[in-house]
Write a protein of this length. Sequence first.
Length: 362
Amino acid sequence: MIDEPERGIEGYKKTIKNKVLWIVLFLVILIVVFIISLYLGSTRMSISEIIYNIFLNPFNANDTWFGYVTWDVRIKRSVAAIIAGCGLGVAGAAMQCVLKNPLGSPYTLGMSNAAAFGAALGIIILNGGAVIGQSVASYQINNPYIVTISAFLFSMVATAIIILMMRVINASPETMVLTGMALSAIFSAGIAFLQYSASDMTLSAIVFWQFGDLEKIGWDHMWIIALATAVVIIILYCLRWDLNAIDAGDDVAKALGVNVSFLRISVLTFSAIVTAVIVSFVGIIGFIGLLAPHLAREVVGNDKRFLIPMSMLIGAVVLMIAMIIGENAFEFTVPVGIITSVIGGPLFIYILLKGYSRKGIC
């Protein structure tokens, strides 16, 4: 006869095994979606041509049209989607945890709109010109480095305001999200003013930049968002036990030796950094940071040992699916940021209507 402790241990092991299997399953799904993204597109290529350009002719791929499409279009944007999806998914999961609010995400806290305002301001100051059209405008902005840096800095300004609210007035999690929404409104008004005062060509560049588009980033800049995302993911995963402690309540976490205030500020800062880096290169990609953690929580629960990697995988899968839809579902290419907003908007309403309690959010 099995006693209760042994039965409890066996149940725990089975639960852990199931969560690991879910993570492996979504990793397989991500690989499958990645392969599909290489096959689908306006340029039709056979599987053999794709395999040849990837494995047999990687160093001379740009010598042919199919090689260029394989490496500089499809693989590049798919890799960018994986990195951005992982980064935004983890950032959203961490923010929801430390804020104890299901609506916490880079998008709802105003960081994305702040970055968009910074980019618009950079374009205005540089008098950036753009040819009106989907695939040209982003490459015709004068000095895109300045635009990217400006977007990053203003995203960090929004983060600094949130952190200041936490430190100075000890604002509640609800107040943090409301502050983020207020910041979004303020920066949106600023963007509207800049658009109203811009010339036609500059306006084209501003509007195009705001569309989250994975084509914006090239291979020469990919390492920046890859490095930032990898470092932040490692740091947040190393903090998984402290984040689990917060799940039991601030008092319990403090009794376990966790510096709750420092942890909140640190996690929020790291999450903001990876968000700012991603958004400053690819534009606004809304709702991935909100969507991925909620879907992950439905599958593996709140344990950060599993929630963090699952949020990464789901964020990458959702963003890649949105990219495939935008590339193939219409006669013209729709920026991925529009597709994610279409997917995320109804979810946002669903969360509000469902009325999550604080328990189980972190």
